[in-house]
Design a protein. Structure first.
Length: 525
């Protein structure tokens, strides 16, 4: 089968590309390694780690993935709709510093001006609405902001959620009736394991839905294993089933290819094609060099009141800015995230990672009953408030590709530190926020043990790896998202983001994709 465009991945970049190219008259196929995610899947995922997790090596075909590397731990979504299935639906424009970051400000474009109209389009398509609901957890965060002297910087988050009547199925409220019928938000706090009610504006309810109405084909359980340039033009894509190893699929030919598989998927495929299969040998040596963690830290507090229930609301409903560089949101955890308590432990301060690790182990050794009490806490997910702390400061890691002992000696990404620009594993402002939050909720401040003991940063917003440049010497793609040296091969996803955003990145990735597709001419036949 031959297509005008083959899109690898169905997250924000891939879904935008699918719709806009279909509107322009192109024949489009979307190849997604995960499956369609149904309301029934989300119900099961909220009650079973086995149904929630994506671990193909163990035969698990869920839609939530955790990836552990030496210097970073990633959480991401897998499946038709990509990360939108498990994201908190927070849609924020970044501050001006992001657009003016030297990582891409010297490429001859005013990025704030360039992206402005596309933020407007993206906001309309994703249904951005100011969160109207406040509950106990929001009051805790407001108190935290006030204790940090940032009460004026506190407010509700803009969410991509339909806040209509929860018990009524209404005609599409966003696209003049052209979208699917929708019920209003139930304020059940289950956004992070997927909205089983259909109130969250996931990509299968906007971009992908409309693209398929225009003829775009979406094929699940298709993992692209190789990209081969053809002498006659275009590319041949080899496919396999990600779990059923003996399931064979015919190769797909496309005149042009868009990689939108997220940072992990896009980097793994490009590294494989360049270094192993050698089908794309001219890809820039900059591949994987500039990877951003969004400069994040994850902290929180567990309220002492066992009868407390903080899950009423959306996953993230309020936020604040404690200083010019930092953004903090609260997170409600659904039942399906109860396993996360085993990743958390006592909050310990120290900028030196070795000392911090030893101090944490010392606290655990001296007070093991406290950790045991935390790990066996009744109604943990209902009592915990988790803070995502993000910054737009200039720090990074890099990824290389090779065999990993922790990966059963199969090839995969391996993280590396970038000397002088190390992504942080300890943010003093994050620990301060956790302590103030604990005071607000009369609870115990907590930290991720992977950060405090393992000196590993954690992020749900990994970015970069295919950063823009003026040539292959200083970038992987140009400002039109085309891979240097390979006409018709594009990267349109979070890996094309060149700088730390310092806020939830979904809206920015969508706006970048809208801009990239606006540069594609209509199909002339």
């Amino acid at each position: 089968m031959e297509y005008d465009y083959a899109i690898i991945g169905s997250g924000f970049g891939g879904s935008v590309s699918a719709l806009r190219l279909s509107e322009k008259g192109y024949k489009v196929v979307v190849l997604e390694q995960g499956n369609h995610v149904t309301p029934e899947d989300m119900e099961e995922g909220d009650n079973s780690i086995r149904h929630l997790n994506w671990m193909p090596v163990f035969g698990l075909s869920g839609y939530f993935s955790q990836d552990f590397y030496q210097h970073v731990t990633l959480v991401r979504g897998v499946g038709v709709g990509g990360g939108s299935n498990v994201y908190a639906a927070v849609l924020l424009r970044p501050k001006n510093e992001f657009f003016n970051d030297p990582a891409w400000s010297g490429l001859g474009l005013d990025w704030e001006k360039e992206l402005a109209p596309h933020y407007v389009t993206a906001s309309a398509m994703l249904g951005v609405t100011e969160n109207p609901a406040k509950d106990i957890q929001d009051a805790f965060l407001k108190t935290t902001a006030e204790k940090m002297g940032a009460g004026d910087a506190y407010g509700p988050t803009p969410n991509g959620i339909y806040f209509g009547a929860p018990e009524e199925m209404r005609p599409d409220p966003f696209f003049n009736g052209d979208g699917p019928h929708r019920p209003g938000c139930h304020l059940c706090g289950r956004c992070l394991t997927g909205c089983p009610h259909g109130s969250k504006n996931t990509l299968d309810k906007n971009y992908l839905y409309l693209a398929q109405r225009l003829g775009a084909v979406v094929l699940p359980f298709r993992k692209v294993t190789n990209i081969l340039p053809q002498e006659t033009g275009g590319y041949l894509l080899h496919l396999k089933h990600p779990i059923k190893k003996f399931r064979k699929y015919p190769a797909i030919k496309a005149k042009k290819v868009i990689l939108s598989a997220g940072v992990v998927g896009t980097l793994e495929l490009l590294f494989h094609c360049r270094d192993v299969a050698k089908t794309l040998p001219e890809i820039s040596g900059q591949l994987g060099k500039v990877v951003r963690t969004n400069s994040e830290a994850i902290v929180g507090a567990l309220a002492s009141d066992e009868a407390l229930d903080l899950t009423c609301g959306t996953a993230i409903s309020s936020h604040f800015y404690p200083d010019a560089h930092t953004h903090i949101t609260q997170n409600r955890f659904p039942n399906g995230y109860n396993f996360m308590k085993f990743f958390t432990g006592p909050l310990v301060d120290h900028p030196n990672p070795v000392i911090r690790s030893l101090k944490t182990l010392g606290v655990i050794a001296c007070y093991p009953s406290k950790l045991y009490k935390h790990w066996t806490a009744k109604n943990w997910n209902k009592r915990v408030t988790v803070l995502t702390v993000m910054q737009h400061l200039d720090n990074q890691i890099s990824f290389v590709y090779g065999r990993k002992a922790s990966f059963l000696f199969r090839r995969g990404l391996k993280s590396r530190l970038v000397k002088g620009k190390e992504a942080p594993t300890f943010l003093p402002v994050a620990n301060e926020a956790a302590k103030k939050l604990a005071e607000a909720c009369d609870g115990l401040p907590v930290n991720l043990l992977t950060e405090s003991i393992g000196n590993t940063s954690t992020t749900a917003h990994i970015l970069g790896g295919c950063h823009m440049g003026s040539s292959f010497k200083n970038g992987v793609i140009d400002t039109r998202h085309e891979v240097f040296g390979y006409p018709g091969l594009y990267v349109v996803d979070g890996s094309a983001v060149s700088a730390n955003i310092g806020a939830n990145p979904s809206l920015t990735i969508t706006a970048l994709a809208e801009r990239a597709m606006s540069l594609v001419p209509a199909n002339s036949g």
